[in-house]
Design a protein around this ligand. Structure first.
Ligand code: IVH
Length: 670
């Protein structure tokens, strides 16, 4: 067997094992064995870029290259469902359907309503070709690259499936509770803002600019609607059972009901049982099962007449408000928190609830001692939805006011234009901000000093060992051991080793680690690529920064004022003296140029010398921008073999130059 054949064989085996593991839950090989096969595939694919396949199992791991979302038209509009919140409306729906179908018998397919974001998947010849978000229902974002990393979405369908040559399947992308809890715990550890619920987390993740992030976050998907011209059956339920055979994850909790009683029984059962599910649900969807009958019933302007969503009540409780406290985060943002008498809500004791910001708080018109209504909807953090007017104390207690000064350091709070939050401006003297910045500095994506987390920062800070990130580099094992309190030699050594290692972290991550407002990972990369070292960046004018694609006024001003601060300048000098990387390495510089600066380049087709991902990286390293679709703004198309005819035609119409692989590589050498 030659290497090309081996690639095909590995791909098909890995698709199969992926299916057994994620869809059937019956893996037949160990994780290690799977990894060995995957590594072999990755190595062979690296040697054979001409065999690039976006649907290869190796694509599941994603990459850190930024991808752009192109807006595309839905072939069939994505309608939403009419919502009901009570059982009477369910009865009315049933009666309407019955009447609409005359004297015909009908079945109602009862399903869970998954609380994520809807997605439309297109398959041709058994392969995933496109994944599009709902958007406004008529057009959405093409998120295919990100969706390919979701393990439960098949890239290739089961060989013997009998699927139609072309079809669309819709469903919900979700973040399971387990992934959600892990993600939020990680974010908490580094002081990032937490996601309020799995739906927001899933939606934020699916819109990520880089696919590796999506791959790491453990998204899941359930499919619930099959569309196409050649479906296997007239039954919606039956079609989904077939889709399961093809390799899709279809909920096993669907039933066909033959009476209103059965429908109600289903609703009552899942209102309670859903709390045991691994993913969030917010209701039940009822659908007339026969597609023929669906057509008979038709649509209204917004939603089908053959389906309805019954939404579960969010659980509420009433309890007295005792105090409002104010929390200061890493960025100085101040969040009001309600402290209440403990009350049982969805199985957990709740004592605290967020009030979000000053505006939300004012709108609620809270007084100490009021009975407040606490709700736990899709959110993990309970929220106060109002005052329980039915039992207010007489007279009411004092009105809750937002504070004017920082509860931690006493500085007067400020409000920046266009922002809902109040901030403590004392970033160098306010303890939670100082500790938050140090935690951020140590976090995995920054300096990756994983031996130091929230607790150690708290400990070192409160004992006066560290006041800023440069102090970390003055620590030694003896000073840590001096703290007593369970610090053992091994742990102390670990901490110091971690700090020592961080001196190798490349400049762009150091820049991110500094915690300059609005300078996230991507921005840090842009700045490092353009300015190469910290001194050049510190000396850069606003105009110079603004000339970088992706850097706007807010970021530029924030960077400028950070470097203008004498404390920060001193901090940089101390980091320099300790050997932290404050410039791009020779190696990184050698790979970089501005030969493609200002150019928007579309990559299309199959390449012989480098993979598409490598070309993306090459474009970025040379100052260019890789864009997904051809427009009048496209500078040229980097074209390999088999460029699609539609793209060729569009390029021709717009008069956009086609650059062949060899020519492109020559361009960079010149
Ligand atoms: S069917 C025309 N089934 O709820 C019918 N939707 O407003 C299309 N959803 O946008 C939807 N679980 O995101 C259907 N089992 C399920 C669902 C479901 C969740 C979402 C979907 C849709 C919204 C309805």
């Amino acid at each position: 067997m030659d290497e090309q054949q081996r690639i095909e064989q590995l791909r098909s085996e890995l698709h199969h094992h992926n299916h057994l593991y994620y869809i059937e839950n019956t893996p037949s090989i160990s994780d290690q064995e799977f990894d060995v096969l995957m590594r072999e595939l990755q190595e062979l694919e690296a040697r054979h870029p001409e065999m690039y396949d976006a649907n290869s199992p190796s694509q599941r791991v994603g990459s850190d290259l930024s991808n752009e979302f192109v807006t595309v038209q839905h072939q069939r509009p994505m309608l939403s469902l009419a919502n009901t919140y009570n059982e009477d409306e369910v009865r009315e729906f049933y009666a309407r359907v019955s009447e609409g179908l005359g004297s015909e018998d009908f079945e109602i397919c009862c399903e869970l309503k998954f609380d994520g974001l809807s997605i439309s998947l297109h398959y041709e010849d058994g392969q995933l070709v496109r994944a599009v978000t709902r958007g406004d229902g008529t057009q959405g974002d093409d998120v295919t690259a990100n969706v390919r990393t979701i393990r439960t979405i098949p890239l290739k369908l089961q060989a013997d499936g009998g699927w139609p040559r072309e079809f669309e399947i819709r469903g919900e992308v979700l973040m399971p509770w387990a992934s959600f809890d892990r993600l939020n715990a990680e974010r908490e550890a580094v002081g990032d803002q937490l996601f309020a619920n799995p739906r927001n987390a899933a939606s934020g993740t699916l819109k990520s600019k880089t696919t590796d992030k999506v791959a790491q976050r453990g998204l899941d998907a359930y499919l619930y609607y099959l569309l196409g011209d050649e479906l296997p059956s007239d039954g919606h339920y039956e079609n989904l059972q077939a889709a399961r055979q093809w390799g899709f994850q279809v909920s096993t909790h669907m039933i066909k009901a033959h009476s209103l009683e059965e429908v109600m029984k289903y609703i009552h059962h899942w209102d309670v049982a859903r709390k045991e599910l691994p993913v969030a649900t917010d209701g039940i969807v009822l659908k007339v099962n026969s597609l023929r009958q669906q057509r008979m019933l038709g649509l209204t302007a917004k939603s089908p007449r053959w389906a309805i969503a019954y939404k579960f009540q969010a659980e509420q409780a009433s309890t007295p408000l005792r105090e409002v406290t104010f929390q200061v985060g890493r960025t100085g943002a101040v969040t009001p928190v309600a402290n209440m008498d403990a009350v049982l809500l969805s199985g957990t004791m709740v004592r605290r609830a967020t009030l979000h910001n000053a505006d939300v708080m004012a709108q609620l018109d809270l007084h100490i001692g009021d009975n407040v209504l606490v709700e736990k909807g899709g959110e993990i953090i309970p929220k106060i939805v109002g005052v329980d007017e039915s039992c207010l104390p007489e007279p009411r207690g004092p009105k809750v006011q937002f504070i004017t000064h920082c509860p931690e350091c006493g500085a007067e709070l400020v409000r920046y234009e266009g922002e809902a939050a109040y901030y403590c401006p004392n970033d160098t003297g306010c303890p939670p901000q100082i500790k938050g910045r140090i935690e951020h500095f140590c976090s995995r994506r920054a300096m990756n000093i994983d031996s130091i987390g929230t607790e150690k920062v708290e400990d070192f800070y409160s004992k006066g060992l560290i006041h800023n990130v440069a102090d970390l580099y003055d620590l030694d094992e003896y000073r840590i051991l001096d703290l007593g309190r369970g610090y053992k030699a091994r742990m102390a050594k670990n901490i110091i080793d971690g700090i020592e290692h961080s001196k190798q972290v490349p400049f762009e991550r150091v820049l991110f680690a500094l915690g300059i407002r609005f300078v996230g990972e991507t921005t840090a990369k842009l700045l490092a690529t353009r300015f190469h070292d910290i001194d050049t960046l510190a000396a850069a004018s606003l105009d110079e920064m603004l000339s970088v694609d992706g850097i706007g006024m807010i970021i530029a001003q924030s960077v400028k004022s950070w470097f203008a601060d004498a404390d920060n300048a001193f901090l940089v000098e101390r980091l320099r003296s300790k050997g932290v990387q404050l410039a791009l390495s020779e190696e990184a510089l050698a790979q970089q140029s501005d030969k493609l600066a200002g150019l928007s380049i579309v990559i299309s087709g199959v390449f012989a010398q480098h993979s598409r991902d490598e070309y993306k990286r090459i474009i970025e390293q040379n100052g260019g921008k890789n864009v997904g679709s051809i427009s009048a703004k496209t500078s040229f198309i980097l074209a390999g073999e088999n460029m699609g005819p539609a793209k060729l035609e569009k390029a021709g119409k717009l008069g956009i130059r086609i650059v062949r692989e060899d020519e492109f590589l020559e361009m960079l050498k010149a």
